[in-house]
Design a protein around this ligand. Structure first.
Ligand code: 4AD
Ligand code: MG
Length: 486
């Protein structure tokens, strides 16, 4: 028989009905006549308690079987139990199961089990990422992740957006930062061999690239893992009006920080006929929708994070879910930062007009100056990507970043340049290889429309909602420089 999930058992009416529970043992307390077993199956934060009373076992209890099985039980072992769901006589839980039969499915040697009772560091748990989902913290993180993925689809589906898939392998570099992981079937060893031979023949280092013949590579040209699905999403939005992607993206930036991953999930909506203000409106609605979803659908997990990971978390999320986000131009934001510095604020990087807003600046704006999410818009064109719509001032583009307390940048978005000549010029200024972007320019030749979009980093969102300190702890198997275990 398929077992009932513990979350469903815990919300059922206890009428001494027979139930089957399967899961992993969190603890066993065997005190003379009474045995209490806590079982968790990950369906919810709480465990269910199995009880066995030696003095008055359940009338149908297979006492010998239970005693035999109890000898094999340790934390981490997996079990299948049958019994009656009753209302619990003790405080601590509303219902419990009085055991009728017990079967140990898999034993777990306590000497070798990496998950110990005492507090384990996040670093230690990262080295046991294959087992960490069994801890309170990671069970909660992964349930929140699941709920938020559902919330993302729900938000867009309710608003007439169509879910689309952008390719993972691409020949274009959307962000133009050159942070691409190359995808190739050419043999590195073979190329090195050729290089050695050529070197021996006096080949100059600047000619080294000539050794690589991409026409012989799998795709017949240089290809990479995508940094963003935006460009392809734009092609879909200029046909389906409102679309969104939700998939993995890859960045080969050598950033060893608590906010960067080499592989992260991004949600990228793209909307035809939206300008930057419309874009900002929907970004704000989206973030609030996600927070409200977490506050209602992930309550017990959030209560745990509030108690153990980040005190005050729930209150601060509730506040943000109701707050009006501040909208401020880049120019005004820089002025605020410069003023703060004059008044004694210490920054590692001096803020000035034209600088990229660093994490410390982002956090200062959202945490110290405004105390709520901040949308900074109209950035200098030099520090942003080629596709952003140029403002009439000739200096700035219609970009927006959403900054949130504790995280910094959560969303990056923009209105897109829909004018063919202006876009072409922006590409040329950046010396882009236009052979890979003709299709993108075509959108501006055939029925071009104003359009906008944005990208929200899913792991940054989960970090924000759970209060987890490190982005590596909100994705099951983090990928970062020198880290591709499991
Ligand atoms: O600001 P970014 O680079 O924008 C884009 O990729 C646009 N093409 C999005 C669009 O307009 N469709 O990235 C968007 C978001 C960031 O705000 C951040 O939340 C997240 O993606 N992000 C990362 N998350 C984890 N690790 C990294 N290395 C990240 N880089 C960006
Ligand atoms: Mg960005």
């Amino acid at each position: 028989m398929v077992p009932t999930l513990i979350k469903d058992l815990l919300s059922s009416k206890p009428e001494s009905q027979k139930v089957t529970v399967c899961g992993w043992i969190r603890s066993v307390r065997d005190s003379k006549n009474l045995v209490f077993i806590q079982v968790n199956d990950g369906s919810c934060f709480a465990n269910i308690q199995l009880t066995f009373d030696r003095n008055s076992p359940s009338p149908n209890a297979n006492v010998n079987n239970i005693e035999e099985e109890l000898k094999k039980l340790n934390t981490g072992a997996s079990v299948r139990a049958e019994g009656l769901l009753i209302s619990s006589p003790a405080s601590g839980q509303a219902v419990e199961v009085t055991l009728e039969s017990l079967k140990t499915l898999g034993t777990c040697n306590p000497e070798e089990y990496p998950l110990q009772k005492n507090k384990m560091s996040m670093e230690y748990l990262r080295t046991n990422a294959h087992l960490r989902a069994r801890t309170n913290t990671f069970g909660a993180v992964y349930r929140v992740r699941n709920q938020m993925a559902f919330a993302v689809h729900s938000f867009f589906q309710e608003r007439g957006f169509q879910y689309i898939n952008a390719p993972e392998i691409t020949c274009s570099d959307c962000e133009g930062a050159g942070e691409m992981f190359q995808v190739t079937t050419l043999s590195m060893e073979k190329i090195a061999e050729l290089g050695v031979k050529a070197g021996a023949g006096g080949m100059k280092i600047e000619d080294a690239h000539k050794i690589v013949d991409y026409s012989k590579d799998f795709f017949g040209k240089k290809a990479s893992l995508t940094v963003s699905g935006q460009l392809e999403a734009e092609t879909m939005a200029t046909a389906l009006s409102r679309v969104y992607t939700f998939g993995p993206t890859f960045r080969a930036e050598n950033s060893n920080t608590p906010r960067h991953l080499a592989e992260f999930w991004m949600i990228e909506p793209e909307m035809a006929f939206f300008d930057l203000d419309d874009d900002m409106d929907i970004q704000e609605d989206f973030v609030k929708y996600l927070l409200n979803w977490a506050l209602t659908k992930c309550r017990s997990d959030l209560e745990f994070f509030d108690k153990r990971i980040q005190p005050g978390l729930i209150e601060s999320l509730e506040k943000v879910a109701k707050a009006k986000f501040v909208r401020i131009s880049y120019t005004d934001a820089i002025a605020k930062l410069e003023e703060a510095e004059k008044n004694g604020a210490k920054f590692e990087f001096k803020p000035y007009w034209g600088c990229d807003i660093a994490t410390e600046h982002e956090r200062y704006l959202t945490e110290k100056i405004f105390g709520c999410p901040v949308m900074v818009f109209n950035y200098p064109k030099e520090i942003k990507s080629f596709y952003m719509k140029q403002n009439d001032d000739g200096k700035t583009v219609k970009a927006v970043d959403v900054l949130v307390p504790g995280i910094g940048e959560l969303i990056g978005g923009s209105e897109r340049e829909e004018n063919y000549e202006k876009l072409l010029k922006a590409c040329e200024e950046r010396k882009m290889d236009m052979s890979n972007y003709q299709w993108y320019l075509d959108l501006r030749r055939f029925g071009t429309v104003p359009h906008s979009g944005f990208g929200l980093g899913f792991e940054r969102l989960i970090r924000y909602i759970t209060g987890m300190e490190n982005i590596r702890d909100v994705i099951p198997y983090p990928r970062a420089p020198k880290l591709a275990d499991f």
